[in-house]
Design a protein around this ligand. Structure first.
Ligand code: IMP
Length: 189
């Protein structure tokens, strides 16, 4: 029996237009890493990745940062199979270690409506970190529903659905090593 969901289609990533190549992503990640290294010189930081989409960006970013850093991860309820957010964000996995008095950077794959990051920012601030910033691989400013900006942005993009470099469509394509445009006609409803 097939485990695939009949109404969704998953075209091969190789047929999708590339928005950013792995070389472009690596270059921007190095630049952001250097900026964070300069901003936090002589300090320690905690990188908090938002599962699952930010895992790959966090792995690359951490290696581009030359200040002492530790990782933690949170998970929130996601869009699931739909491309449109329900607006409700729920914490599924909290941080493992205390962040009180620490310099924290939340690492996200995409800042879209802003609902996820404004929820997470509020939650993390309750832990009283010494400072709290946001790094995101992609930013879709047109889609914002709540006012929130990231401190470090690799690429600002228009309102287009993308996959690859950790980002999924219905859990597929996270391992694609460049960022590609997911075709509108392939979207299931
Ligand atoms: P926000 O709460 O609307 O800002 O949602 C952010 C989350 O939506 C991201 O962490 C992604 O998981 C997901 N998301 C938004 N746009 C895309 C996209 O184009 N491709 C894949 N996931 C996306």
């Amino acid at each position: 029996m097939s485990t695939s969901t009949p109404e969704l289609s998953f075209p091969p990533a190789s047929t999708m237009e590339i928005l950013y190549t792995k070389e472009q992503i690596a270059q921007r990640t190095r630049e952001i890493g250097a900026q964070i290294t300069a901003d936090y010189a002589g300090q320690s930081i905690v990188l908090i990745g938002v599962l699952k989409g930010a895992a790959i960006f966090l792995a690359d970013l951490a290696r581009a940062i030359q200040v002492d850093n530790t990782f933690d991860f949170v998970a929130v309820s996601s869009y699931g199979r739909a491309r449109v957010s329900s607006g409700a964000v729920k914490l599924i996995k909290d941080i493992d270690n205390p962040i009180e008095g620490k310099h924290v950077i939340i690492v996200e794959d995409i800042l879209d409506t802003g609902l996820t990051l404004s929820y997470l920012r509020g939650l993390m601030l309750q832990h009283k970190p010494a400072s709290l910033k946001i790094a995101t691989c992609l930013d879709k400013p047109e889609r914002r529903l709540v006012p929130i900006e990231a401190d470090y942005v690799a690429f600002k993009i228009p309102n287009q659905f993308v996959i690859g470099y950790g980002m999924d469509y219905a859990e597929r394509y996270r391992g694609v090593d460049d960022i590609r445009l997911f075709p509108d006609e392939a979207v299931g409803h």
